[in-house]
Design a protein around this ligand. Structure first.
Ligand SMILES: [Fe+2]
Ligand SMILES: [Fe+2]
Length: 269
């Protein structure tokens, strides 16, 4: 049974800086790596991890180097897709030694396992906050799905195509998503769309598929559904997702950190 971990939105900044003057994002990504490694005996083996975008805050080579250093102890292989805070060309250079990294064009890739396939898609628009899938990326997705037939598939994008009610994020979502909805909804096998960007665990329907937005590793976008709500972050606990195949695709959310327990519910029985 294949298991895949989704990490999202670590927003690594240069050493000595805080993201938005508030969050030491590096310590949370380190804690995420430690949490995953510590949990592997209970939840593993895990076949692959991926980072669903916003690896860095400003997309600089220095930030990618720091990101890679922090991820280095992770005991499972990982891949990345870009978010709006990333720089596609700097990201390509930083992972140029990886066989899954395309030499040019959007950072789209596919990982196939015996019981599931994972397709990562690049929704980055250079210099913009919102997301878009180019015709090239949509063609890539269609071609891959045609090969997989009825195999369960997870499609990963940074920007979600759904409206969450968090106004300042919704205006940055994945635009022009009707073609994506049609491609995903007509797939003959089980398919789940997973995203990042909102830094919150949110589940929504997108056409005929489930869309799950993963939590971030550090700060969350503040939970404020009022019209005109300010664009804020809140230092809620970070988390990551574990996707696996049982009767179908099931997703667990696991908080970053170390917590008391486990305790037997009934130690005397
Ligand atoms: Fe983000
Ligand atoms: Fe983002």
């Amino acid at each position: 049974m294949t298991k895949i971990i989704q990490i999202s939105d670590p927003h690594i900044v240069p050493e000595g800086e805080l993201a938005y003057g508030q969050v030491d994002t590096a310590i949370y990504l380190k804690a995420c790596v430690e949490t995953i490694n510590r949990f592997l005996p209970e939840i593993g083996p895990v076949d692959m991890a991926f980072v669903a975008g916003d690896l860095t805050d400003f997309g600089t080579a220095e930030e990618y180097k720091r990101f890679c250093n922090i991820m280095e102890p992770l005991e499972i292989p990982y891949r990345v897709i870009p978010g709006n805070h990333d720089n596609v060309s700097k990201m390509r250079t930083s992972f140029s030694d990886k066989d899954w990294m395309p030499n040019s064009g959007p950072i789209n890739w596919t990982a196939e396992f015996p019981d599931i396939a994972l397709i990562g898609l690049d929704t980055n628009v250079d210099g913009k906050s919102h997301g878009h899938l180019t015709a090239n990326s949509l063609n890539y997705l269609e071609e891959k799905l045609a090969v997989f037939g009825t195999k369960p598939v997870i499609v990963a994008t940074h920007h979600p195509p759904v409206i969450t009610g968090i106004e300042k994020m919704d205006i940055q979502n994945l635009r022009d998503s009707n073609k994506l909805k049609s491609i995903l909804s007509t797939y003959q096998g089980e398919l789940k769309l997973v995203c990042g960007h909102i830094h919150r665990n949110i589940v929504a329907q997108f056409g005929s598929v489930i869309c799950q937005i993963g939590p971030g590793t550090s700060h969350a976008v503040s939970m404020d559904l009022r019209e005109g709500a300010p664009n804020c972050l809140t230092k809620e606990p970070g988390a990551f997702l574990l996707h696996e195949i049982r009767n179908g695709i099931i997703t667990h959310s696991i908080p970053v950190g170390q917590f008391d327990g486990p305790y037997l519910f009934y130690p005397d029985r």
